[in-house]
Design a protein around this ligand. Structure first.
Ligand SMILES: Nc1ncnc2c1ncn2[C@@H]1O[C@H](COP(=O)(O)OP(=O)(O)OP(=O)(O)O)[C@@H](O)[C@H]1O
Ligand SMILES: Nc1nc2c(ncn2[C@@H]2O[C@H](COP(=O)(O)O)[C@@H](O)[C@H]2O)c(=O)[nH]1
Length: 210
């Protein structure tokens, strides 16, 4: 077990805002060695996606077993499919001192906030709703009906922004990446976190001498 517990980072926001794009750019270099939390989902795999890397693709029955076994930190039903965050890898990595990065939708983020209030909750916002719609449409993964549902949902999700710690407007990917990294690194420097680490080190030092 490391002296310093890692930080739980939750990047969330409406569908199509660019969470996956920003997360991929952060993990391309991964200069801060974040660990990505791979979610489970019942949705169909998209071309180019890899099981166990992008998601753990499961059947509805398998997903319901995960819920029964309490294996998920949170789960949500989103546009007809289940999505959920496996808890075990999160606990293992945080206790080893790794920062764990979750990219999830808003309902799930609010459940994580209840269970792990020490997490850092970052809302990725679109520059405007027309741009959001053209990003969802331009991605070419959803039909008109799903795009409509995702836009309806976006309205409610943007209203939840007030429950987050930070908001980053994803106008330009590199700029959003720098802001997200800046938030996380600043969180590491918070006096409250440093004080806890120093107290723990002092405690460990004097325990060794006893
Ligand atoms: N800053 C940006 N400027 C222009 N286009 C962007 C930007 N960020 C992302 N995009 C584009 O917007 C589309 C949606 O991005 P992405 O799939 O990353 O969104 P998402 O929030 O992860 O969506 P979902 O929640 O549905 O998985 C993609 O085609 C992506 O290339
Ligand atoms: N509550 C959760 N939401 C999740 C999780 N993993 C991904 N997501 C979010 O679902 C939507 C749709 O994703 P897509 O891949 O079908 O476009 C998106 O907002 C993801 O961020 C999770 O474990 N829990």
């Amino acid at each position: 077990m490391s002296d310093t517990r890692g930080l739980l980072i939750v990047l969330s926001g409406p569908s199509g805002v660019g969470k996956g794009t920003v997360r991929a750019a952060i993990f391309k270099n991964n200069i801060y060695n974040y660990v990505y939390s791979v979610s489970a989902t019942t949705r169909q795999m998209r071309p180019g996606e890899v099981d166990g890397v992008d998601y753990y693709f499961t059947s509805r029955e398998e997903f319901e077993e995960l819920i029964e076994e309490d294996a998920l930190l949170e789960h949500a039903e989103y546009v007809g499919n289940y999505y959920g965050t496996p808890i075990r890898a999160i606990e293992d990595n945080l206790s080893k001192g790794h920062d764990v990065f979750l990219e999830i939708e808003v309902q799930g983020a609010m459940k994580v906030r209840e269970r792990m209030p020490d997490g850092i909750f970052i809302f990725l916002a679109p520059p405007n709703l027309n741009e959001l719609e053209s990003r969802i449409t331009g991605r070419g993964t959803d039909n008109q009906e799903i795009i409509y549902e995702r836009m309806q949902k976006a309205r409610e999700e943007i209203d939840m922004m007030k429950h987050y710690d930070y908001v980053v407007v994803n106008d330009e990917v590199d700029c959003a990446v720098n802001k997200v990294n800046g938030i996380i690194q600043s969180e590491h420097l918070k006096v409250s976190r440093v004080v806890d680490q120093i107290k723990l080190q002092i405690h460990n030092y004097f325990q060794k001498g006893e």
